[in-house]
Design a protein around this ligand. Structure first.
Ligand code: HEM
Length: 120
């Protein structure tokens, strides 16, 4: 039998949506990045984030949003902001009881995108 995918280990789409909402809540409350986000974009961004995470972890979703370079180009996102977003992600994973191995995999995958996000 094959190993369950990261998507399955995370608990599928509903659980990923809950985690994405917690991450968004944390961004809105995080002094380092909150000026980048407004509550009104939640409806627009969460479905994209769910598809992005779903596809990226082996789920059936198809992400149709912008690639990371295009999405963040021109925003002049700093290293500090990038780290603040990673902090929010890790806190949300912890609060949702995501396992240590899954947390490590997600941290690595997110960190690996930094060159497409920071100061592009
Ligand atoms: C690994 C870290 C990150 C991931 C995985 C990520 C992922 C995404 C995704 C999937 C989108 C949607 C793209 C689309 O609209 O088609 C997006 C948009 C966006 N991201 Fe990121 N992002 C990351 C880091 C950051 C950072 C560090 C900032 C700034 C502090 C940031 C600010 C934004 C903003 C402002 C938008 C646009 C929201 C809107 O539609 O107005 N992101 N990001």
């Amino acid at each position: 039998m094959s190993e369950p995918t990261l998507y399955e280990r995370l608990g599928g789409e509903e659980r990923i949506r809950a985690i994405a909402n917690t991450i968004f809540d944390k961004h809105l409350a995080n002094p380092v990045v909150k000026q980048r986000y407004v509550e009104s974009v939640r409806e627009e961004v969460i479905p994209k984030l769910v598809d992005f995470l779903g596809e990226g972890t082996g789920g059936p979703q198809k992400y149709t949003g912008k690639d990371m370079l295009t999405a963040h180009r021109g925003m002049n996102i700093s290293e500090q902001e990038f780290l603040a977003v990673l902090d929010d992600i890790m806190e949300a994973l912890e609060e949702h009881g995501v396992g240590e191995r899954e947390q490590e995999q997600l941290l690595y995958a997110n960190y690996a995108m930094r060159r497409e996000i920071v100061r592009v």
